[in-house]
Design a protein around this ligand. Structure first.
Ligand code: NAP
Length: 519
């Protein structure tokens, strides 16, 4: 058998081969090796400087409208290679075709959304931040906050679960803001990100130095960060902490955005009875979040809060639907759920399930599975797992351990909004939680109770069921991130996201001059 292809990094405007120990990327369903990466011996300081000195000026010379046009070229290039990217996501990510679309189409959609935002801003290079402010009786003495691109480089470090969307959602915002990007995908699923860079560079969609890609480990990349650079990281809390603690990051006040773990909750309102439309909608969203991408979504519902008097019925409904989920090779059309991404991830899921189960009892899924369409004993498969705790049980692990797989826990509660909010708050900060109810007063009470702990709150109602992709989908128009456990970061949110990559400056002076700068 020939050795798998070595994937090069794209740094300083060219493809560069790393040296040293190879890491092998595999198909998580069959364990077949797909490619190798090596990140030793690469000049990472030089790559950052090339981005700052070549990519940055090229982007800053463009108006926001021109940067929007660049994002449109990137969108079109990826759209033209969509099927190929989907195939790679199935092979290297353990994704079903539907999961792969979620990632790849999400990337294309987000790039397109920021292309449109840039187009709408048109021929400007400076963004006004709010209205002008009179500073004295003399109307000429005037103030205005503006946003200008930072002159450093944006380093993006992404998690394994969304190799396409993770790269695109960060790059779209930074590039529109006018900052060059060095992106590092998680190694295990990096084939898709690598192909994206090939497609974009072949299409000459961006100016030289605007977008680079580091394959493999981060090496000493972050040791070379300077005062005008930024880091946007998605991954585990522990890695987030170590990135924040790197000495040049602290010394140079490097801006860091962290998107980390989250114990997202979905609350069923006491007004919702079994068989109603909102009930079915709730069950469908819980099921989708448990099985889509084998539960490896940072926004997936982990805690299912249900009024105690209908917990039995909800459990039975979920168990019935989970029993019908076919697990196996995601290349097969009849497979609903593929494997998790790596052997390490599977081990982590198993250990997490054992820990959560000590808080309550396992009501569905032992974890062991006979996966269809794969050689016996191969692949990183688990069943979906549903755990149930007793009403009022402290369940410390359920509220503190994120199991990054197809795992959720039923948590019965009193049906009161304040009790629900107290339980959700035990998660110590999250990305998104949701409330499913047709009772506006209950919904409002829950929203006000849980909003301080989240970046986003989803209001589930039968009235939006047709139109909405559910709480697990991150939309570019709304902010993504959350306080506390979730990392304290904030991404996207339309134009809000640009702020991270730009310097806010207060101008104070003569009104006509200021108005000339901010047209
Ligand atoms: P991870 O182990 O923290 O890795 C994330 C990224 O960081 C990978 O690219 C990894 O590279 C890199 N990395 C690891 N150690 C590093 C270091 N010392 N310096 C610089 N980079 C380093 O997390 P993961 O296992 O890939 O992702 C799963 C976690 O991500 C889950 O906890 C999930 O909740 C979280 N997540 C959050 C969001 C969100 O938006 N909030 C989205 C998705 C996932 P290698 O792959 O080369 O090791």
């Amino acid at each position: 058998m020939s050795a798998p292809r070595l994937l090069k990094s794209y740094l300083s405007g060219r493809w560069a081969e790393g040296t040293g120990r190879a890491q092998t990327l595999v198909n998580p369903a069959t364990e077949e090796p797909l490619a190798e990466v090596k990140s030793g011996g690469l000049d990472l300081a030089g790559a950052l400087e090339h981005a700052r000195k070549v990519g940055g000026p090229a982007l800053r010379a463009m108006t926001l409208g021109e940067r929007g046009a660049m994002l449109r070229r990137m969108t079109d290039a990826l759209q033209a290679h969509r099927n190929e990217l989907l195939d790679l996501a199935v092979a290297n990510g353990g994704n079903t075709r539907g999961d792969a679309k979620f990632d790849v189409d999400g990337a294309i959609f987000t790039l397109a959304a920021y292309a449109d935002l840039g187009k709408g801003l048109g021929e400007v290079k400076v963004l006004a931040d709010g209205e002008g402010i009179p500073l004295a009786r003399n109307p000429r003495f005037h103030g205005q906050h503006i946003l200008v691109p930072r002159t450093g480089v944006a380093v993006h470090i992404n998690a394994f679960n969304f190799p396409a969307w993770g790269l695109a959602e960060k790059a779209a915002v930074a590039l529109l803001a006018g900052m060059p990007v060095v992106s590092k995908p998680a190694t295990s699923s990096a084939l898709v990100a690598h192909r994206i860079l090939e497609v974009l560079t072949e299409a000459q969609a961006m100016p030289e130095g605007a977008l680079s890609l580091l394959m493999g480990g981060a090496g000493d990349l972050l040791e070379h960060l300077g005062p005008f650079d930024v880091v946007a990281f998605t991954g585990s809390s522990d890695t987030g902490v170590s990135i924040r603690s790197i000495s040049p990051v602290i010394k140079n006040s490097v801006r860091v955005n962290v998107e980390a773990d989250s114990l997202n909750a979905a609350i069923l309102g006491p007004d919702v009875a079994a068989g109603q439309e909102t009930w079915d909608y709730f069950v469908k969203d819980v099921l989708r979040d448990m099985t889509q991408k084998a539960g490896q979504k940072c926004t997936a519902i982990r805690r299912v809060l249900v009024p105690s008097d209908r917990a039995d019925r909800l459990r039975d409904d979920l168990v019935e639907r989970l029993s019908a989920v076919t697990v196996g090779n995601p290349e097969l059309d009849n497979v609903r759920m593929g494997p998790v991404a790596t052997a390490g991830q599977l081990e982590d899921v198993r250990a997490g399930v054992a820990q959560l189960a000590r808080d309550g009892r396992l009501v569905f899924g032992s974890g062991d599975v006979k996966a269809v369409g794969v050689p016996a004993g191969k692949g990183f498969f688990t069943t979906p797992v549903l755990i149930e705790v007793e009403a009022g049980a402290p369940a410390p692990s359920v509220h503190s351990r994120e199991v990054f797989g197809p795992v959720a826990t039923l948590v019965p509660y009193s049906g009161r909004a304040d009790d629900a909010a107290e339980l959700v708050g035990r998660g110590r900060g999250g990305l998104v939680s949701s409330v499913y109810s047709e009772d506006a007063a209950f919904t409002a009470d829950v929203v006000l109770g849980i909003a301080p702990f989240h970046g986003r709150v989803f209001l589930g109602s039968a009235k939006i069921a047709e139109a909405s992709p559910g709480p697990g989908t991150v939309l570019p128009m709304l902010v993504h991130g959350g306080p506390g456990r979730a990392g304290g970061g904030e991404e996207l949110g339309g134009l809000r996201g640009l702020g991270f990559y730009m310097q806010r400056v207060a101008l104070e002076g003569s009104r006509p001059v200021i108005e000339k700068i901010v047209r």
